[in-house]
Ligand binder design. Structure first.
Ligand SMILES: Cc1cc2nc3c(=O)[nH]c(=O)nc-3n(C[C@H](O)[C@H](O)[C@H](O)COP(=O)(O)OP(=O)(O)OC[C@H]3O[C@@H](n4cnc5c(N)ncnc54)[C@H](O)[C@@H]3O)c2cc1C
Length: 334
């Protein structure tokens, strides 16, 4: 079998963004996804490109670099596919116990539309997305990865990128590589409120309301560490609705249109794993983005593409230094 240049394991926002970035750099890619791409944590996201107040300081530089990449990325995807990712910048009011501040303009988008456009752009550019195919292990020759074993046979490749969200830990463990992520379940709902226009995102200690480009308002999200079930609890939704009504009383009149949950992959120190896996040549990992995978997807893609192609990084040097030092401290290792 002919080896693909790069195999990407996982068709979430992280895997698809990496695939698209590599294609733009002329690298053939093949994405392997166990279910349908975009249906994991990515589908559950509210799509906020968070303010720095919600981020740990070590993530500020990466987040800033990623926010800067978004306007161009969504324009480019729209030009290539005609699919609108719902990107917009609107006021963001943070009303917590210790502050009430409005940021004039904070970005957000629709993660489902974003993954639709990424999928289509990847296929148009000649990339392959193979769904319903689970990767069960890595193929190695000496200490270099040479492909993967899947439920549909072997796939050879020159580089392998593990972007499998919560599944990354188990997959790396099959080759004796240790990373740690904790599942943090989040529940959300979407409502419509005819006759009312909410023009700003409202964010408090226990709930947020995000007005989307299609008229829905997303109300999110619970945090249930250690819970990996996909059900939605009455208690979780009741708690969100009570907090939402306190924050924005008019929401009481709204019609519920959708309820869902997703699993965020969290790491112990709150930083994602982005970079080469030490001890196995040509193997890379990009996971552990917890509550900020949509925000951090473009910068993650740029960093991984830099590593795979051996390029001098196009990302702010501070951001690269962060991932380097992190890898040395707690990174993926044998
Ligand atoms: C309720 C909620 C709200 C959120 N809101 C926001 C937000 O507003 N802003 C923001 O930036 N982030 C938000 N997030 C976080 C964001 O959704 C995640 O960080 C992001 O989606 C992670 O993307 P991913 O590609 O790593 O994971 P996923 O989307 O889970 O993709 C991983 C993919 O890998 C596949 N896979 C796993 N194992 C294998 C295997 N062995 N073989 C083949 N395929 C495999 C899975 O099927 C899955 O499709 C939210 C998350 C939740 C749950």
């Amino acid at each position: 079998m002919k080896a693909t240049e790069t195999l990407i394991i996982g068709g979430g926002v992280i895997g698809l963004s990496i695939a698209y970035e590599l294609l733009k750099r002329g690298q053939p890619v093949h994405v392997l996804e166990q279910n349908r791409s975009g249906e994991g944590a990515t589908r559950a996201a509210a799509g906020m490109l968070a303010t720095d107040h919600e981020l740990i300081p070590d993530l500020h530089q990466l987040a800033a670099a990623s926010r800067q990449l978004y306007p161009h990325l969504v324009r480019e995807l729209f030009n290539e596919t005609g699919i609108d990712s719902g990107y917009k910048e609107n006021p963001f009011r943070m009303k917590t116990a210790d502050r009430d501040v409005t940021f004039a303009s904070v970005g957000q988008l629709d993660p489902v539309q974003l993954t639709r456009s990424l999928r289509q752009a990847i296929v148009t550019r000649g990339g392959q997305i193979e769904e319903q195919t689970t990767v069960t292990g890595l193929l190695q020759s000496q200490a270099t990865v040479s492909g993967v074993e899947t439920t549909r046979g072997k796939r050879q490749a020159r580089h392998v990128v593990i972007a499998s969200g919560r599944g990354s830990e188990a997959l790396l463990a099959t080759s004796g590589v240790c990373i740690r992520t904790v599942p943090v379940k989040g529940e959300c709902l979407a409502v419509r409120l005819p006759g009312h226009v909410l023009t700003e995102t409202l964010f408090s200690d226990d709930v947020y309301l995000v007005p989307k480009f299609d008229g829905r308002i997303i109300i999110g999200a619970t945090e249930r560490p250690g819970d990996e079930t996909t059900t939605v609890s009455v208690g979780g939704i009741a708690q969100l609705l009570q907090s939402a009504i306190r924050l924005f009383p008019a929401i009481e009149e709204a019609e519920i249109v959708q309820i869902w949950s997703g699993i965020r992959p969290q790491t112990a120190d709150g930083l994602p794993y982005i970079g080469p896996v030490s001890g196995i040549e040509r193997l890379f990992v990009a996971t552990g983005h917890h509550r900020h995978g949509i925000l951090l997807a473009p910068v993650t893609a740029a960093l991984i593409a830099d590593y795979v192609t051996g390029s001098v990084s196009t990302v702010e040097s501070g951001a690269v230094a962060l991932t380097e030092s992190r890898r040395n401290k707690h990174g993926a290792h044998h």
